[in-house]
Design a protein around this ligand. Structure first.
Ligand code: 6PG
Length: 466
């Protein structure tokens, strides 16, 4: 039998995506050096057109030519290793897809390297975790349009479907456009996760609320106008008991967050593009501070916590803080996508990004329906914060957010993502910022010049003379 689609890397994502394809009638083959993963694929694929291999040669020989092969392996050197191991078997016309969370500059390099050998390469960001891969992920593709067209029917079949039935997969442009969109998706993911964690911290500390009660609140919010996957899983996580101790498992989890790099890359590249993504930056830094576990424990006895009582906040105020942060984080990500689209020649359509994030992916939320509409109505929209339908929503929740943040500040409870998001809104909404003073200081010590509000031109002043 000749298989239509090959997958290299049968970890959670690869195996589940392959089974998803098989559910849709595709004959598929998987390759992994780990025989137990191949066995698992065969077991889970019983009765479906699925085959597994541990040998690259046999795997490649089993695929119908020209071949379509996807890799779902950890980002970085493993991707190059897989490509190298495949090269003896690759023929002109074969299409190699990297479906992992690869850094977009690595993807650009691989396009060039494989292109030079006459081989077709493609990058797809796949979001949705295990369940998403199995039953419908959101996919962000980048590469030549003709390669995309080759895969489109397949991808549209297995992708998540938005409420209006549209498949959550799209081509975002040439080269690494797809991996870029996935990177920014993950940056937003970091910001949303951090802000949810901050609200959890406030709920927990303000009245010592227990986990089941918090779970109820997050569950209620998860079906509201800001509802989505991350709020849903938060509520489920808060209800989980540790089978060994009978305690709430979340309380036993060490409070040091790890990361694989996508959030950091989002921040780094946003800086290069001069696009402000402070909610993402704050979330990346917050993970880094959390990871200083021992240092924090030592510092806690020196930097004594505030004696002020945690604020008593209403659920609506807390939900409002989360709502504004979510809009701010999506707005920052969209602006980054648009700037990257121009700077790197991807031409990313931000309405399309919002649309493919409506279902299947980790950052999916009810808000993305409104956001898609906002960009479809006005592709040139400067910022989501001022979009009709969203600006009112933000304004409505701002007072609650201010109460949340001032209360947290007084009580010494860190709320980096919430406060960075509020400052983003306040900064963007200020007709006058203190940057005049910064310009004057720059001109003072470095003759960097400045512009004036009252006359055109570029000026320099000897500021030391009165
Ligand atoms: C997704 C997720 C997925 C992965 C994150 C985790 O969209 O399905 O983003 O890709 O879970 O990359 O990233 P960290 O390990 O950096 O938190």
């Amino acid at each position: 039998m000749q298989y239509e689609f090959g997958m290299i890397g049968l970890g959670t994502m690869g195996r589940n995506l392959l089974l998803n394809l098989a559910d849709h009638g595709e004959a598929v083959a998987g390759l992994d050096l780990d025989a137990s993963k191949v066995e698992l694929l065969k077991q889970e694929g019983t009765g479906k057109p699925v085959e597994g291999f541990t040998d690259a040669k046999a795997f490649m020989a089993s695929l119908r030519t020209p071949r379509v092969v996807m890799m779902l392996v950890p980002a970085g050197p493993p991707v190059d290793k897989v490509i190298e191991s495949l090269s003896p078997y690759l023929e002109k016309g074969d299409l190699v897809i990297d479906g992992g969370n690869s850094f977009f500059r690595d993807t650009e390099r691989r396009f060039n390297e494989l292109g030079a050998k006459g081989l077709a390469f493609f990058g797809i960001g796949v979001s949705g975790g295990e369940k998403g891969a199995r039953f419908g992920p959101s996919m962000m593709a980048g590469g030549p349009a003709e390669s995309y067209e080759r895969m489109r029917p397949l991808l549209e079949k297995v992708a998540a479907k938005a409420d209006d039935g549209e498949p959550c997969v799209a081509l975002f442009g040439p080269g690494a456009a797809g991996h870029y969109v996935k990177m920014v998706h993950n940056g937003i993911e970091y910001a949303l996760m951090q802000s949810i964690a901050e609200v959890y911290d406030l709920l927990r500390r303000q009245v010592g609320m227990n986990n089941p009660k918090m779970a109820d609140i997050f569950e209620e919010w998860s079906t509201s106008e800001i509802g989505g996957f991350l709020l849903q899983i938060t509520s489920t996580v808060l209800r989980k008991r540790d089978p060994e101790t009978g305690l709430d498992l979340v309380d036993l989890v060490k409070d040091g967050a790890k990361s694989k790099g996508t959030g950091k890359w989002t921040s780094q590249d946003a800086m290069d593009l001069h696009v402000a993504v402070p909610s993402v930056d704050a979330a990346v830094s917050a993970r880094d501070i959390s990871a200083l576990f021992d240092e924090r424990h030592a510092a806690a006895s020196i930097l004594k916590p505030s004696e002020a009582k945690p604020p008593v906040l209403s659920n609506d105020q807390l939900k409002g803080a989360l709502a504004v942060t979510m809009v701010a984080a999506y707005a920052q990500g969209m602006n980054q996508l648009r700037a990257a689209g121009t700077e790197y020649g991807y031409g990313i359509d931000v309405a399309k990004a919002a649309a493919v994030w409506r279902a299947g992916c980790i950052i999916r939320s009810e808000l993305l329906g409104k956001i898609t509409q906002a960009y479809r109505a006005n592709a040139q929209l400067a910022n989501l914060l001022v979009a009709p339908g969203l600006s009112d929503f933000v304004l409505q929740h701002l007072p609650g957010m201010r109460a949340v943040i001032s209360g947290a500040v007084n009580a010494g409870i860190p709320v980096p993502a919430l406060s960075a998001s509020l400052s983003y809104v306040d900064g963007y909404g200020s007709s006058r910022l203190p940057a005049n003073l910064i310009q004057a200081q720059r001109d003072f010590f470095g003759a960097h010049t400045y512009e004036r509000l009252d006359q055109p031109g570029v000026f320099h002043t000897d500021w030391s003379e009165s």
